[in-house]
Design a protein around this ligand. Sequence first.
Ligand SMILES: [Zn+2]
Length: 479
Amino acid sequence: MKCIALLFVGLLSAFSCKAQNDSAVFASVFKEALTHGECYSRLGELCKTIGSRLSGSDNAEKAVAWGLNMLSSYHFDTVFTQPVMVPRWERSNTELLTLSSAVLYKKLKKGVASNYNCEAFEESTRVSRRFRLPAVALGGTVGTAGKLSASVVSVHTDAELDSLGKSGMLRGKMVLLNRAFPEENLNTFASYGACVSQRVWGASRCAVYGAAAVLVRSMSNRCDLHAHTGVMLYADSVRKIPAMAVATAVADMLDQLITEDPRMKITMELGCRTLPDRQSANVIAASTGTVYPAKIIAFGGHFDSWDQGEGAHDDGAGCMHAFEALRILKAIGYKPRHTLCCVWWMNEENGLRGATEYAAVASANRESHVAALESDRGGFTPRGFGVDTAILSRILPFKPLLEKYGIGTLENGGGGADIGPLKKYNPSTVLISFIPDSQRYFDVHHAETDVFENVNKRELELGAAAVAAMIYILDQELE
Ligand SMILES: [Zn+2]
């Protein structure tokens, strides 16, 4: 009886000793992030000395060189690049969307156009009755080979698109795909998910009905004059028609103007093109495990970005979270049991080639990835994590400690575009998603406003600390 009691006391003290240790590690991680953080200044360097990093661009290659050099300066155990061929689509200087509308022109002259969000058009290039609209080519679109003019039809649902298409109403028209973000969702990623198909497949859906081109409402909750680009794809057997994103305020204005001025016309001129693939690279830094050096915990974000803005939130922030997590754990003297691997994947936005190559190499080399964490939802205040169902019960005991740092949200199920391929090769790899607050992400996502100035220093640092804390938990809990 005495023995059992002693054993019980022993177990209890071992348990509380471990809990105290976890708590001390968390305290050190957050203190290091908030008092000696380096992710914010490094993100500033990336955004301001290089800027956007579209796959296949010279800027993306400059970023790879910068990343290799920057990570090497921290003397992690390994720093290297992993080559990968990436697609190359290029925007051109010829990128113009103009509106000709006698009705709008008259209203502007009379000063009664306040409902049309047209202050911006007055400021921009106005040549007689043509107004330049804030719009950008979608990534992957074909060009227009000269000017393409057409009248506009606005559609809000797939059913409306099919109904108008079948009655021949889209033939020769420019179709405005105008499904707005559902505002009732708490999580804005759910709203994005509900709308993004019109951006990705809208051109081919409309081409089937003989449309000349498509305009896609920007994927954002916000009503403003910034157009948001993003990837679009063509179905194989369908004619390729050009596609541009228009700012949400413009989409609303056109919706109204279509009924008031049936004779209005829009002219599109796009010179973008697709070039042969080019060699690029994933950028990787690792601290070798002291107990299981051959077992890897990978964590990172994508290093490429769209060519609007500076890719600050998407996904410079995720890359800096991962680098900073690796740096913090080293700085506080933590000796990882597994090999901790910070990965900046190339080409998530328009191909996923980097993540596919990373997983293929891991599989060919028989590397064992026990877990992978992805941060690709911006540098906003951290809330918690999406956790692979297989290990949720092992993470739940940490919830009170995570809650102390405001990161106690634990959703069942983790994943992400860049870590998904690892699980395809090895179903036992545990996937974790980093979850920050989502309310402002789509204000800037893929737009010219995704710049360093729109990243908050404290929020970014807290995100990096959250990632470091979760990597510590995984390192402790997994075999
Ligand atoms: Zn992203």
